[in-house]
Design a protein around this ligand. Structure first.
Ligand code: SF4
Length: 316
């Protein structure tokens, strides 16, 4: 699986000051699971080291100037950003991690300097980030800084793996029955984000409008990508856990029921991490061979080594 990364985050000394912004999580945990495709638009048009650049509000337009010599580099940065963003499609990426705060790569809250010495405002988007967002509206994208938040990290990686799975599924020239199996396997993963979205996807699969299969797949793809881009919550996940528990609760003793419900409550109160509850549910699903549950992507949405569900802060 390939993800695009702002090159300085990989340790490349391509920053304006000749340094790098090597990120630990990307270069250790993620490097075990992904192939990285580096992008640095600035190094392709400017020397390194170079003068820093910054976004400046000029009337109703945001332009980019070098910080000391005040040279307007807006057009060249725009052009190279467009070129790099187009190249993304050649790489079959399933996500992108951008460098925060950069006037080129920052995804949000980039400093925009105001005229007449007014204080800068953190409201900008990097030029390259903007092009990526426009060209690939459903590509999972995050900044390295936001990935230190366990909740955003878990949501992002769940989205990346589901995105990659969908692409792989579509490439396999699926049949209608394959689509039903795929859709069913995502029931609880999507429930943990939005019941409505799963219902919308179910209506597409039911094909009341009698679309051709190609048109139906196209609609399914779009709605699926929207669904997986939503963030999960403790409340919705708690409901999913109760649903799952319902599949085997009639086969177990009163004591066992109480133990499991207590674990689910403790998850809700953020005393224990989700991984602990999932272990128990998986165990019972296997014990009673509940195939429907065992086929749910929600049980294993990404490699367990990433340990994303081991942190109680991974759920809000
Ligand atoms: S933030 Fe983006 S443009 Fe700047 S050095 Fe890093 S990769 Fe290059």
């Amino acid at each position: 699986m390939k993800i695009g990364v702002s090159e300085c985050l990989l340790g490349c000394k391509c920053r304006y000051d000749g340094g790098h912004s090597k990120d630990d999580f990307i270069n250790t945990a993620l490097s075990q699971h992904f192939q990285f495709v580096p992008f640095c638009p600035e190094k392709m048009i400017f020397p390194t080291p170079r003068e820093a650049i910054r976004q400046i509000q000029i009337e109703d337009e945001v332009k980019v100037f070098t910080s000391n010599t005040s040279k307007d580099v807006t057009n060249s940065l725009k052009e190279i950003s467009k070129k790099c963003a187009k190249e993304i499609q050649e790489h079959d990426l399933c996500g992108f991690i951008l460098k925060s705060k950069s006037p080129t790569c920052g995804l949000e809250r980039v400093k925009v300097y105001q005229p007449k010495n007014a204080p800068s405002e953190k409201k900008g988007v990097g030029f390259f980030a903007k092009e990526i967002l426009e060209l690939y509206p459903y590509l999972p994208i995050e900044e390295e800084g936001r990935l230190s938040d366990a909740w955003l990290r878990e949501n992002f990686l769940m989205q990346v793996f589901a995105y990659a799975h969908l692409q792989e599924f579509l490439k396999s020239t699926p049949s209608m029955s394959d689509l039903v199996v795929f859709h069913t396997s995502y029931k609880y993963l999507i429930y943990a984000k939005s019941h409505e979205k799963y219902k919308t996807l179910g209506n597409i699969v039911a094909n009341h409008e009698k679309l051709t299969f190609e048109a139906l797949l196209e609609r399914y793809k779009e709605e699926f990508l929207k669904a997986i881009s939503l963030k999960g919550s403790v409340k919705k996940t708690y409901n999913v856990l109760l649903h799952m528990f319902g599949y085997f609760k009639t086969y177990i003793s009163k004591g066992e029921k109480e133990e499991i419900l207590e674990a689910i409550e403790e998850y809700k109160q953020r005393i224990i991490p989700l991984v602990a509850v999932m272990k128990v549910l998986k165990l019972y699903a296997s014990r009673f061979n509940v195939e429907y549950l065992l086929g749910q992507k929600f049980l294993s949405p990404y490699p367990k080594e990433l340990a994303l569900r081991s942190d109680i802060k991974a759920y809000k």
